[in-house]
Design a protein around this ligand. Structure first.
Ligand code: NAD
Ligand code: ZN
Ligand code: ZN
Length: 344
């Protein structure tokens, strides 16, 4: 089958032919119907050999939707022909975190070298994808695979972040979203669907600000030195209740710190290498700063339920597997509106 692989450190991703996978005991084989391209893949492809925790070549794609093609011996819970979305942060399934559905924080994943598809295990940017266990699949029925696949990460990660701050997102609150890209444009919609907060989105181009407004941001501002003062002004001087930073670079985490209000939350989702010091007097009193990873299995099931209510408007640009390297070039240069989705 064809697959998009990251072949070696520093090399560009290439389409190659690999052996068709066969499902082993407990595994489920999917015929991939859609695979999303995440900015984290670019971060992986910028890592040095020392920073990479898994071997190359790697078939990319940690966002996947497919049709069940075959079940390995002993596998059950789904049937051939089912359309399913893949929960990506695979864990051991039995530790204290996994028992709560928090496989994204599996306590044994590192020691047992359990990796998500596309981030260690072969990913979804291929004609077929092997899934280690049916518990990592959520049936999506007649939802469109192309607009559903971004929910597996670009939806689940902001969903988890929003849930962490729900108690603060009361009527009268303000949420700031930094970066209206793949994750951010879903994050804005989740804030609108799940809370009564006022949403202020920040990005660096007018095109991205336009997308932010289209998907529900009340205000969309350029992410520059003037943004914190403008956010103070828009919040009557009190600052944001919650800042979700989907960039995470030094200037954006600094901006987040300057924009948040007392008892606020700063949630750094982006992998941009920024850090926000916390200590008495550095931030408004009782500010919480956190950096979550992906989301839980139950949250993923909840998010698919939300998608069924037809309240999400996921913007995608589609590419064939052969065009996938181009999708990553466009994502790197900030020229994808919403999510790039590969349709093998
Ligand atoms: P993306 O490229 O689709 O979106 C990033 C957006 O940020 C773009 O719209 C870009 O124009 C904007 N941007 C860039 N610099 C900015 C700045 N200084 N101020 C405001 N906006 C700016 O990327 P994505 O796939 O949505 O991923 C976003 C980030 O989240 C990446 O760093 C990715 O690695 C990370 N990520 C983290 C997790 C997690 O679990 N923590 C999960 C998925 C992705
Ligand atoms: Zn991702
Ligand atoms: Zn576990």
């Amino acid at each position: 089958m064809k697959a998009l692989q990251y072949p070696s450190v520093g090399a560009a991703p290439v389409v190659v032919t690999v052996r068709d996978p066969e499902p082993g005991p407990g595994q489920v084989l999917l015929k991939v119907t859609a695979a999303g391209a995440c900015h984290s893949d670019i971060a992986v492809m910028e890592m040095t050999a020392d920073q990479l925790s898994f071997p190359l070549p790697l078939t990319l794609g940690h966002e996947g939707v497919g049709t069940v093609a075959a079940l390995g011996p002993g596998a059950s819970g789904v049937s051939v022909g089912d359309s399913v979305a893949v929960y990506g942060p695979w864990g051991c399934g039995v530790c204290r975190m996994c028992a709560q559905g928090k496989e994204n924080y599996c306590l044994r994943a590192d020691a047992e070298r359990i990796f998500p598809p596309g981030l260690g295990e072969p990913g979804s940017m291929a004609e077929y994808l092997l899934v280690d266990d049916a518990r990592h699949l959520v049936p999506i029925g007649d939802l469109d695979p192309v607009t559903t696949v971004p929910l597996t990460d670009a939806g689940l990660t902001p969903y988890h972040a929003v849930k962490l701050s729900l108690a603060k997102l009361v009527p009268g609150s303000t949420a700031v979203v930094i970066g209206a890209g793949g994750l951010g444009h879903v994050g804005i919609q989740l804030l609108r669907a799940m809370t009564a907060s006022r949403v202020i989105a920040l990005d660096v181009t007018e095109g991205k600000l336009e997308l932010a407004r289209t998907v529900g941001a009340h205000e969309a501002l350029l992410s520059d030195d003037k943004a914190p003062a403008r956010i103070r002004e828009l919040t009557g001087g009190v600052g944001a209740s919650v800042v979700l930073d989907f960039v995470g670079a030094p200037p954006t985490v600094a901006l987040a710190g300057k924009s948040v209000g007392v008892e606020g939350d700063v949630t750094v989702v982006g992998l941009g290498g920024g850090a926000l010091p916390v200590g008495f007097g550095t931030l408004p009193h009782e500010t919480t700063v956190r950096s979550p990873y992906w989301g839980t299995r139950s949250e993923f099931a909840e998010l698919i339920e939300l998608a069924r209510q037809d309240v999400l408007d996921i913007h995608v640009e589609t590419f064939s597997l052969d065009e996938a390297p181009r999708a990553y070039e466009l994502l790197t240069s900030g020229n994808i509106n919403g999510r790039a989705v590969i349709v093998p």
